[in-house]
Design a protein around this ligand. Sequence first.
Ligand SMILES: [Zn+2]
Ligand SMILES: [Zn+2]
Length: 393
Amino acid sequence: MDINRRIAASVEKLAAELIALRRKLHEHPELAFEEHETAKAVAGFLEKLGIPFRKAVGKTGIVALIDGGKPGPTVGIRADMDALPINEQTGLPFASKVPGKMHACGHDVHTVIALGVAATLAGMKSELRGRVKLIFQPAEETLSGAQAMIADGALEDPKMDVVLGYHNWPAVEAGKVGYNTEAVMSSADAFDITLKGREGHGAHPHMGIDALAAGAYLVAQLQTIVSREVKPLSPAVLTVGEFHAGTARNIIAGAAQLKGIVRTMEAAVSAQIEAAMRRMLEGIKASMRVEYTLDWKRVAPALRNHKPTLERVLRAAREALGAENVVELPEASMGSEDFAWFAERVPAAHVRIGSKIAGLDTAIHRANYDCNEAAIPLGVRVMTRAVLELAEK
Ligand SMILES: [Zn+2]
Ligand SMILES: [Zn+2]
């Protein structure tokens, strides 16, 4: 029997169990680094299959390994497991039983897709070349789980030659897979600025150094980085979301705090914006006499596909689903995804599994979000086929 039909047959047998497990996870959502019960469910499923795994990688993460025993590459596949602090309002029979927590990003679905891939590959182990590393990651929503797993050795022993990521996507019809050719999701940087002046009476400005006035100029200046310095064809966002200064109408503010985010599609553009921000802070210091501190945090790099890897994944997806069901997405997203930390170190491809429910007006991270469960068997089919394609050499 040809490989796609064998995968489809395995998925057909597994689908009911995977959907039941997804509903169980959905009822018991766990937030970042609290995924103890989810990890237990994953461990139990892997144990039944006889797949060895390592627990507590990045606190609640799990890394499993299927070794075909033949020489070949190590192919990674990563699923995230965490939920969001949202009160579910779907009215589903398997809605969250935990007030204030909800799988509103469909990571319950991602977890069972990876388990389905594990089960299908376990059944084909004798033909598998190389090894398949399954990464069950905590804390994607806080963009911190991937780094925690990497710090705990998730990239080592064995090292991966390629790694695959995926996300359910309600903008794509169920039954289809979507992709971006290169840029997928933006980087996320966070900055904290403090300006320090000198307090004084509002009636005697010459006695103080006004940090509030300096902050106001700074906010305006920062807007010119994207509009006047970054190449217009390179997407970039700089948002100052917080600005705190002053305690009373007649007191010159001695300090100001500004917090914001930067999003780009290229590491070089993030670096350019950080350098420009430092230059403007030096300028404000010279022109308005304030001292400053800048804390710049790299929260997640931009997620970009490794083109040759993506091409092989798309070939596998077209073979599994038919070319008409593999669609290029109109644009990348300025949202972020911490799979990018893996993709920064290992050639990677990331695809979207269509999860639209006809007639339901929703999006991920909304209280009424529901993921089309057809994404589960389809996700297992596509990702299994992609893993086998990449394991070929
Ligand atoms: Zn999310
Ligand atoms: Zn997500």
